[in-house]
Design a protein around this ligand. Structure first.
Ligand code: NI
Length: 264
């Protein structure tokens, strides 16, 4: 029984005081592999440091839709050149997290336009480098899907992380060739929609993720998350699918390798 946490942010300063001790304890908790996800340019640089330091770490490089200010200020050419440099690292396995996030009230048409621009540019980069996508999408269901369709994102595939839309929409993403990232929300009493999504899609399209340090599962909800807590997510999926939890571990572990094109 092995665990692949497909989405974590161990560069977050919430781990500054005990990062090394925590990460060195992962193997005894059956956490075999972790993909650290860049969200800011600094987070991308720190992701490379983590994968250099820990042999069970992989990385994704990209700029999150609410963090594009800095790369936009650099300009398109310099910004893309920097991402390209980071993406050349041999254990970088995906472009992300990228996408659209219209959650904030301050997200007006101008901001939406900039988000779309960097989403498109980074999808193009992924296609050029033949790397899968790690998609972040919040309160932007229709636009995200339309942008991905228009970019022919199905050709490279990837994962829609921290999935928060309807089961029907999830099926459309699965049909497009994407996996669905399921984390702590599936254990929340108000996580009904995600539970229905897990029920509606095949286990072969689900990968486990934490989004650590955020979204810790019950009974740790609100606290700092850890890849070791992914067992609560696996148990919840097993309950919904009415299968033994071992089956969830086995299939999602394979799925994660297929997603990031890694050998087991
Ligand atoms: Ni994330």
């Amino acid at each position: 029984m092995y665990i692949f946490d497909t989405h974590a942010h161990y560069d977050d300063d919430w781990y500054d005081e005990d990062r090394d001790v925590l990460l060195k304890s992962m193997k005894e908790k059956n956490v075999k592999k972790i993909c650290n996800i860049g969200a800011t340019l600094k987070g991308c640089a720190d992701t490379l440091k983590l994968i250099d330091e820990y042999d069970f770490f992989y990385g994704a490089i990209g700029v999150h839709p609410t963090e594009i200010e800095e790369i936009e200020a650099m300009g398109e050419e310099a910004g893309l050149a920097l991402l390209r440099e980071y993406l050349a690292h041999e254990r970088v396995v995906a472009v992300g997290e990228i996408g659209l996030d219209y959650h904030l009230d301050s997200c007006d048409d101008e901001v939406k336009g900039l988000q779309k621009k960097w989403f498109r540019l980074q999808m193009e980069l992924a296609q050029e480098l033949k790397l899968p996508l790690v998609i972040h999408s919040r309160d932007a269901a229709a636009d995200t899907y339309d942008e991905m369709k228009a970019a022919d994102a199905g050709q490279i595939g990837g994962v829609v992380h921290c999935y928060s839309y309807s089961p029907e929409m999830a099926r459309q993403y699965v049909d497009m060739g994407f996996m669905i990232g399921v984390g702590g929300v599936v254990t929340f009493s108000n996580g009904r929609k995600l539970k229905e999504t897990v029920e509606a899609i095949p286990l072969e399209s689900i990968v486990l993720e934490t989004d650590a340090p955020y979204l810790a599962p019950v009974p740790y909800r609100g606290k700092r998350n850890s890849s070791a807590y992914i067992s609560y997510v696996a148990e919840a999926i097993a309950d919904i699918k009415k299968i033994p939890v071992e089956g969830v571990y086995e299939t999602t572990y394979e799925n994660a390798h297929r997603l990031y094109r890694l050998t087991m």
